[in-house]
Design a protein around this ligand. Structure first.
Ligand code: MG
Length: 403
């Protein structure tokens, strides 16, 4: 079997859902999904040349070949890794179809049939769509202009957060996540010192969510790397009575020692990892116990095999894994296959509650991918999910190829 072509398609959703397909001379193809990045599809087109004509079943070898070929353009992470990761996922989908086996089985079998999902939740009635440089945009489907903390103060309030949290509970989720960094000028300056009022307001949001959902719901809170150690420790200490599942990315990702200082001084569990790539990107973090939970993004971290390496290393240090995920149903199901095989799996993210066509992106009987806060893993070959091309074309990003 030989690779004959690699093509892409992009759907303009809350982010650019970037699909990559690997075609073969035997008529089979596999589909993967990449985390967005500026210039991503052009990067995929260039990297495709490295593996054209190769046997797609040699997945580890081909992945290392692509990494070596692009080492001067991102030896440890970045856009080339997003591209390589999507291609690697497509190779696994292809291998599963070729062997008529689900990917979870090829990875050593599963620990669970249902993968628990947490709902990333925003304050109030907002729709959010961000371009490849995370600038806000308004696609045709996004009829309601996205609100901000300045324009939508009612929903970005303790009451607004509590209302949204109740809606998430009503949908059957057992875990959710809220951002608390959107009120403090983060877009103007990172790690700007917070005032006492700002810190107290953020803690009041967490209190409101906990009181709205009761003691059993798991709550995560995201800081998006905005804060200095002193300020975020005050937030973490203030959150301790509310029994968080985790506080995410309290300090910038470049400095693991700073993060470790936060981790060691609070009872609130600290989670990080969506900006790290490969097992090497997590090694120092895990070996120094600089966080309590890791959250790699499987659509960018290096591929299915790399995801296993990261998860297995964390497991050796008794650290659970809660993967970050902003993908379409395709990428979400692909991440779920990996999660099904991990002994140290905690919960997987769902970031598209605001996207009205999320479920339409998957071909088939139209069954919602997430039911009662879980994704059910099937025995279908590959990742067991196909893109609904008709629906994908409807929301295709202008100016991008569609396979
Ligand atoms: Mg995050």
């Amino acid at each position: 079997m030989k690779i004959t072509a690699i093509k892409t398609a992009v759907v303009e959703a809350n982010f650019d859902w970037t699909f990559v397909r690997v075609y073969t001379d035997q008529g089979l193809y596999g589909t993967g999904e990449c985390f967005f990045a500026p210039g991503l599809t052009a990067t995929i087109k260039d990297i495709a040349e490295v593996v054209l004509g190769q046997d797609p079943r040699n997945i580890d070898y081909l992945t290392k070949l692509m990494r070596r070929a692009t080492s001067c353009a991102g030896a440890t992470g970045g856009t080339v890794f997003h591209a390589i990761t999507g291609i690697e996922f497509a190779l696994w989908d292809l291998l599963g179809k070729h062997l008529k086996a689900p990917v979870w089985q090829l990875l050593g079998g599963k620990w669970r049939d249902q993968v628990r999902i947490y709902a990333d939740s925003h304050g109030g009635h907002t729709l959010e769509s961000l371009g490849p440089c995370t600038l806000p945009r308004t696609p045709d489907w996004c009829k309601v202009q996205a609100g901000t903390a300045e324009t939508d103060q009612e929903s970005f309030s303790p009451k607004g957060y509590a209302d949204m949290a109740r809606q998430v509970v009503a949908k059957g989720f057992t875990a959710l996540k809220f951002d608390i960094d959107i009120f403090t000028g983060h877009h103007k300056c990172e790690t700007r010192p917070l005032t006492s009022d700002e810190i107290q307001f953020q803690i009041s949001l967490v209190k409101a969510v906990r009181e709205a959902v009761g003691p059993k719901m798991d709550i995560a809170i995201d800081c998006h790397w905005r804060y200095n150690i002193n300020d975020v420790l005050k937030i973490a200490w203030g959150c301790e009575p509310y029994n968080l599942m985790w506080l995410e990315d309290p300090t910038p990702p470049e400095n693991v020692e700073n993060l470790a200082l936060v981790t060691r001084q609070t009872k609130t569990p600290i989670c990080t990892g969506e900006n790290a790539y490969t097992v090497h990107g997590f090694r120092h973090l895990v070996q120094t116990n600089a966080c309590h939970i890791i959250a790699p993004d499987f659509q960018k971290a290096g591929g299915v095999l790399e995801a296993r390496r990261i998860a297995d290393m964390a497991d050796a240090y008794f650290i659970p894994i809660a993967p970050h995920c902003i993908a379409s149903p395709i990428g979400t199901m692909q991440s779920a296959h990996i999660c099904a095989t991990l002994p140290n799996f905690l919960v997987l993210e769902f970031h598209a509650m605001d996207v009205p066509f999320f479920d339409a992106m998957a071909a088939g009987d139209g069954r919602p991918l997430i039911q009662n806060g879980h994704v059910t893993i099937t025995d279908k070959p590959g990742f067991g999910i196909e893109l609904n091309e008709e629906a994908a074309r409807e929301y295709a990003k202008p100016g991008e190829n569609f396979f």
